[in-house]
Design a protein around this ligand. Structure first.
Ligand code: TXA
Ligand code: MG
Length: 312
């Protein structure tokens, strides 16, 4: 256990804010049992008070104490995918207070696998509420440097943990309503979930509030547009603006700023948010994003790109 992690746990106990690495994105952590700490978290995030946050734990046993009932499907998914990039929405127990659930009767639970997150959660020995460590509506951070750029002195400590391996936020599965539903696609695909618990819907019929569901989430500052592969060349040929392009192919000389992305969806996801930040710093009038394939394994990347792009 590093002294940094011990210091981080002390800061959390004192009601402070600690940003920490997870395998998905960096989280902005606060003691989930401390109302004042969570109020400060929301202020720093500039997040509406009625939006729920995910509560993180070191183990499934710890996490499930915050649920009123744990359906068999939740146990099976936890066994298979925790620790890892999966969030389960369950009916809350008395431990999950209104200030983390947005006063809903459900709570979001996650057991991250990143070793630094695991150390911190074990040392803190409680639930850590942690939304992504960016301002509301902006691109999530995948490095400690991103967090410092975004939040600066508003956070008491940033734990270093390298670049997040998954790169996009956890898959969220709602198991609170009897039928399972994916609320946010992620690295763990619907097909993988279904191989464990059987058929899953896409959205709960009574869809609960989740900010990932707002359009224009995960957005860069520069207006971004999704362009199908076959139209990319034509778009570039007719543009008069300075453009930055995110594409699978080699750079085109007519374009001021070009980032080439991997053809593997996992590798693409890992690079995505850093790439969007880089495109933003190119000071172009527009960002063009080559649309990824329509296949199931690209669902999570397509979801984030759709939200990052204006024609959503
Ligand atoms: O990968 C992740 O999940 C990252 C890392 C830090 O763990 N966290 C993250 O948190 O993405 P955040 O707050 O940026 O997004 C969490 C999403 C939000 O859309 C939130 O509204 C939803 O989870 N959520 C949390 N509790 C919920 C609940 N009880 N019902 C429905 N949605 C919920
Ligand atoms: Mg977020």
């Amino acid at each position: 256990m590093s002294s940094e992690v011990r210091r981080a746990a002390q800061i959390l106990r004192a009601g402070g804010l600690v940003a920490f690495p997870t395998e998905t994105v960096y989280g902005l952590g606060a003691d989930a049992a401390n109302e004042k700490a969570i109020a400060r978290l929301y202020t720093v995030k500039r997040r509406p008070a009625d939006h729920p946050v995910i509560v993180h734990f070191a183990s499934a046993d710890d996490a499930f104490r915050w649920a009123a009932a744990v359906p068999q499907a939740a146990r099976e998914l936890a066994k298979k995918f925790w620790p890892g990039p999966l969030t389960l929405i369950l009916k809350r127990s008395a431990l999950a207070k209104d200030w983390v659930t947005g006063a809903q009767d459900t709570v979001g639970l996650r057991v991250p696998s990143h070793p630094v997150a695991q150390q911190l959660l074990k040392e803190f020995a409680g639930g850590i509420a942690a939304p992504s460590a960016n301002r509301f509506g902006k691109v999530s951070p995948t490095t400690a440097a991103h967090v410092r750029e975004d939040l600066g002195p508003d956070v008491d400590l940033v734990l270093e943990g390298g670049a997040s391996e998954v790169g996009i936020e956890s898959t969220i599965v709602d198991l609170s309503a009897g039928v399972a539903a994916v609320l946010r696609p992620g690295h763990i695909t619907k097909e993988q979930l279904e191989s464990v618990i059987g058929p899953i819907g896409d959205k709960a019929s009574t869809s609960p509030r989740h900010s990932g569901g707002l359009e224009r989430h995960y957005a860069p500052r520069t207006p971004a547009r999704l362009v199908p592969t076959h139209a990319l060349d034509r778009e570039i040929a007719t543009l008069k603006d300075r453009v930055a392009v995110l594409a699978f192919s080699r750079p085109d000389e007519r374009v001021d700023f070009w980032l080439r992305m991997p053809r593997d969806p996992g590798a693409y996801a890992q690079r995505l948010y850093a790439a969007l930040r880089e495109l933003d710093t190119a000071n172009c009038e527009q960002i063009l994003v080559e649309a990824p394939p329509d296949a199931a394994e690209w669902a999570a990347v397509r979801d984030r790109l759709r939200r990052a792009c204006e024609d959503g």
